[in-house]
Design a protein around this ligand. Structure first.
Ligand code: HGY
Ligand code: MN
Ligand code: MN
Length: 403
């Protein structure tokens, strides 16, 4: 099992990696994504698994009859955020194949179908909505909504799918497929430091509610060298104040608010901007806090906009309500693993989307620094292998023993 994990990891590591930063740019339907998908299909076929591409472009590798029902499914995603780390997503997919190899090495007898899945476009880095592959499958993103999505170059999601060789006309809820899943378990690198001092593997209890909102600050383009300060309608000013205000209000609310992406038009050094677009990522332990925080940030932005002569518009682009993972499944995993830490997370996952339709659980693997969505993201090999063993133990309990 050690050699299969490290062999697979080494194969996948260079795909879509920047030579300068060491970060990844595996975006939905781009060439790096295609290479990752080819790798997934190769791993499936090399193990004699039944390879399947579903209507939403998610990849499945089946052991046993995909139609039988009660399947135990594991897996994660292979796409990344811009300049992301190596572990967020791929650790779950590689560990799933390695866990299957481990179970076969143990001589495990499967009583239920087992599947490994790669959910497409989990990060939403290109089209702005998180977990598009699993949201479409769970029916929480409609085809109509998906057809409206465009990337920064104005390319529509269906056109991107078509250019990558996928049929966008088939996308939509896949109730039948979800109805054949008995349990979904996603292994993922931890994206905080909860496990750092403790154990290599933990079990997830919940995912914080979180969302993405786009602020459009409409000002007036003008000359940077001839426009008096008092005559300006500078959206950059309103944006900057909104960033500061969001940070302060999130701190007071014990919540999180991040402006990590901004677009400026016309984006010239010697021109006052006409439009600034800022994307807010906000998260909180409960929905009431999150809703109140975003409303406060919006109010502060509008008030500042009044002062600056800037019109402010807010659009919610992506939202995931709080996820409390399936209690009995969570407790069963914790028992199988012998009382490991049970922890919440502020990071969204495909498991969080599927939790609305099937019993779902997550395993976290220790990330010593807690850093994620960065080339510095890291997990020690020993902890990754502990994660594979834990996943194999859990899958053996769920799929290899008559319930
Ligand atoms: O944004 C998130 O929490 C996840 O990485 N998609
Ligand atoms: Mn991520
Ligand atoms: Mn992830």
């Amino acid at each position: 099992m050690t050699d299969t994990f490290e062999g697979m990891w080494a194969e996948l590591l260079p795909v879509g990696r920047s030579a300068s930063s060491g970060g990844y740019r595996r975006f939905a339907w781009n060439s790096a994504d295609a290479e990752c998908r080819a790798w997934f299909e190769e791993q499936a076929r090399a193990r004699g698994l039944t390879y399947e591409l579903d209507r939403n472009g998610n990849q499945w590798a089946w052991l046993g009859d995909p139609q039988a029902g009660g399947a135990v499914v594991t897996g994660s995603h292979l796409d990344s955020v811009p300049d992301g780390g190596a572990f967020d997503g791929p650790l779950g997919v590689v560990s799933s194949f390695a866990a299957l190899d481990e179970l076969r090495a143990r001589g495990a007898e499967f009583a239920k179908p087992l599947a490994i899945v790669n959910f497409g476009d989990e990060e939403g880095a290109r089209f702005g909505v998180a977990c598009i592959g699993s949201r479409l499958t769970a029916g929480v993103l409609s085809p109509e909504q998906a057809y409206e999505l465009r990337d920064a170059d104005g390319v529509r999601l269906p056109d991107a799918m078509e250019r990558a060789g996928y049929d966008p006309t088939a996308i939509g809820a896949d109730t039948d497929r979800l109805g054949r899943i008995g349990a979904f378990v996603e292994l993922h690198v931890e994206q905080g430091r909860y496990l750092a001092e403790d154990r290599p593997v933990g079990v997830a209890s919940a995912i914080w509610p979180h969302g993405r909102w786009r602020f459009d600050f409409h000002g007036e383009a003008n000359h940077a060298g001839t426009t008096r300060i008092e005559d300006r309608r500078d959206p950059m000013l309103t944006f900057a104040n909104t960033v500061l205000s969001a940070r302060k209000k999130a701190g007071l609310a014990g919540a999180l608010a991040t402006f990590g992406k901004v677009a400026v038009e016309p984006n010239g050094t010697n021109a006052i901007a006409s439009l600034v677009r800022g994307w807010l990522d906000s998260r909180a332990a409960d929905e009431a806090t999150l809703t109140a925080l975003v409303a406060e940030i919006e109010r502060a932005a509008s008030e500042r906009g009044e002062r600056d002569g800037v019109r402010v518009e807010l659009t919610r682009e992506s939202y995931t309500p709080v996820v409390d993972f399936d209690g009995p499944l969570r407790d069963r995993l914790a028992k199988v693993l012998g009382g490991v830490p049970v922890l919440p997370t502020g990071a969204g996952h495909d498991a969080g989307i599927l939790a609305s339709a099937v019993p779902t659980a997550m395993l976290f693997v220790r990330n010593p620094s807690g850093v994620s969505h960065s080339p510095a993201e890291h997990a020690e090999v020993a902890d990754c292998l502990a994660g594979v063993t834990a996943l194999a133990d859990v899958l053996e309990d769920l799929a290899c023993q008559p319930s």
